[in-house]
Design a protein around this ligand. Structure first.
Ligand code: MLZ
Length: 181
């Protein structure tokens, strides 16, 4: 195969699609430090085709950059509809209960009302239903995988998540900071 057409090289091409994300829009996405966890995020900054994403309820020092077509980000409601746990904003409180201030279960509707924010519309994401390519890997399958942090090691691992054509590698008995998609 001509390497010029490999998926890696294609991903590095200058994108032709406009970045539709705007500052302040909210979304769901993977924490790069803990790739098994999904969080509520806000677009903090847009720079060309790049986005700086902020974890709602956490310090700016955890903000991180992604490309607008990153497969790691999803529209609000994606976690619920795909059966993924969404880590909701830390310290979030909803005040409009009969007995006053009370910690409530997170819902996007309440949260958007409370923060007077808008979600990033589905159309600006590259990921939802983007690829119909079936991934043969299934959650729970065991495999041997290269440890990316220690590339000379090949370790026993488990598939712990599958989304579109990607799967998450988790190393058995190691913490999730070694996980990768
Ligand atoms: N030297 C490291 C290796 C960790 C390997 C983890 N592989 C998933 C340590 O022992 O902490």
């Amino acid at each position: 195969m001509n390497s010029l057409f490999s998926p890696c090289v294609q991903a590095q091409r200058v994108p032709t699609v406009k970045n539709g994300f705007k500052q302040g829009m909210k979304l769901e996405g993977i924490d790069p430090q803990h790739p098994s966890m999904y969080f509520v995020l806000t677009v903090a900054e847009v720079c060309g085709y790049r986005l700086r994403l902020h974890f709602d309820g956490y310090s700016d020092c955890h903000d991180f950059w992604v490309n607008a077509n990153s497969p790691d980000i999803h529209p609000a409601g994606w976690c619920e509809s795909t059966g993924h746990k969404l880590h909701t904003p830390k310290g979030q409180r909803i005040v409009d209960t009969p007995r006053g201030c009370k910690e409530e279960e997170f819902t996007w509707t309440n949260y958007l009302r409370m923060t007077k924010a808008q979600v990033a519309p589905k159309e600006v994401f590259a990921s939802p239903g983007r690829m119909d390519v079936k991934c043969g890997f299934e959650t729970g399958m065991k495999l041997e995988a290269v440890d990316r942090m220690n590339p000379s090691l090949i370790c026993v691992a488990t598939v712990t998540d599958v989304v579109d054509n990607r799967f998450l590698v988790h190393f058995d008995n190691w913490d999730d900071t070694y996980d990768y998609w």
